[in-house]
Design a binder for this molecule. Structure first.
Ligand code: HEM
Length: 333
């Protein structure tokens, strides 16, 4: 095919580029060199990367039923057969079922119930930052945002009263950081997985075995989530949280209008109406990691950009002032 891209090595494809520079940097360089749509190889597997809005619209909207699945990584659970599969790893009708059970938890009304919890966590962060200002001490803004998003997702997600804001060494947040770093710690195993994807089951067995001889924070967090799910099944929490909403939400194939093409209704996994214990544990782990990492990184980027662009910062302050004074006026009426 005439898709432009870097020349691949016969064994590694273009994987060695990711050893020389970070993933995003390689993508940016290739984008600069080959344009909006380019291809490269992970071992024998061809990968298409695109930043072309027309192609993205075609994939995510017009032909979603053909493209709803995510890429299967060489070292991940089996998306169709394993029990502990979350939305990021699921595909086809299983993804649709997981998504339908989880969707109600993210409705506007449910989100509104969580606003007081989020505001409380922001107030805690503001008081930590105020202290730094009063004492004129430097602080790592990214670290503070990580602690904020971790405490918020722990609270809104599972009703956990963590205090990472005042205790940066909290075990749970330490292991979340560990998971993010851990993905790059087994490059040899991942490399083998990319080069020989057909042996997927072997790589995952080795990955699971390594857990018995070396510490892996993913398994620590999974155990923690199992304990939380067990407790919440026994005792109803005092305030609504995402886990509680998932426990009570059922899958209804007739109500859901996400079209994912042909469905095998004999499949036991597809027909289940509620989430199993291990599926619950997997979704909780996904929420914890997705909520914590993405939001804190986005906040850190925004604040960095504001710090180096005083003009934009002033414009934002102005807009905030206008919006909030309007809000105050309206609340007096
Ligand atoms: C600024 C913050 C966030 C960013 C930039 C972000 C980014 C993304 C992106 C790009 C995807 C799609 C990935 C793909 O299609 O392959 C995604 C999916 C997802 N995100 Fe986020 N996310 C954020 C916050 C959150 C939070 C707070 C949660 C959970 C509480 C969350 C949970 C999820 C889940 C469960 C999915 C998979 C959904 C599905 O399979 O249908 N994300 N996120």
């Amino acid at each position: 095919m005439s898709i432009p891209g870097p020349k691949p090595n016969f064994l590694f494809g273009n994987l060695l580029s990711f050893f020389r520079k970070p993933f995003f940097q390689a993508y940016q360089d290739w984008y600069g060199e080959y344009g909006k749509t380019f291809g490269y190889f992970e071992g024998p597997t061809p990968i298409l990367v695109t930043a072309d809005l027309d192609v993205l619209y075609e994939v995510f909207v017009k032909q979603f039923k053909t493209f709803h699945a995510r890429k299967v990584w060489p070292v991940q659970v089996d998306p169709d057969r394993d029990e502990n599969v979350h939305m990021f790893f699921a595909r086809g009708e299983r993804w649709r079922r997981l998504r339908s059970i989880v969707n109600p938890a993210f409705s506007t009304s449910k989100m509104r119930l969580m606003t007081p919890m989020i505001n409380q966590r922001i107030d805690q962060m503001m008081s930590v930052i105020d202290n730094h200002c009063t004492n004129q001490t430097d602080f790592d803004a990214y670290g503070i945002f990580q602690r904020l998003t971790f405490d918020t997702i722990a609270d809104c997600g599972f009703g956990l009263k963590t205090d990472a804001m005042n205790n940066p060494d909290d075990e749970c947040i330490k292991h979340c950081r560990g998971v993010i770093a851990d993905t790059t710690k087994r490059p040899f195993l991942f490399m083998l997985g990319f080069i020989f994807p057909k042996f997927h089951a072997l790589w995952i067995a080795i990955y699971n075995f390594l857990h018995h001889i070396t510490f892996n924070p993913v398994f620590w967090l999974e155990d923690k989530m199992r304990e939380i799910v067990r407790n919440q099944k026994k005792n109803k929490p005092s305030r609504t949280n995402l886990l509680e909403l998932m426990l009570t939400s059922e899958y209804d194939a007739t109500k859901d209008n996400i079209d994912v093409g042909e469905i095998d209704m004999n499949d036991k996994v597809v027909k289940r109406r509620l989430l199993t214990n291990e599926e619950l544990v997997a979704q909780c782990l996904l929420f914890l990691l997705a909520g914590y990492e993405t939001t804190s990184t986005t906040l850190a980027y925004i604040f960095y950009e504001l710090a180096v662009n005083p003009k934009a910062q002033r414009r934002l302050q102005e807009e905030n002032r206008r919006a909030f004074s309007r809000g105050r006026r309206r609340s007096r009426v």
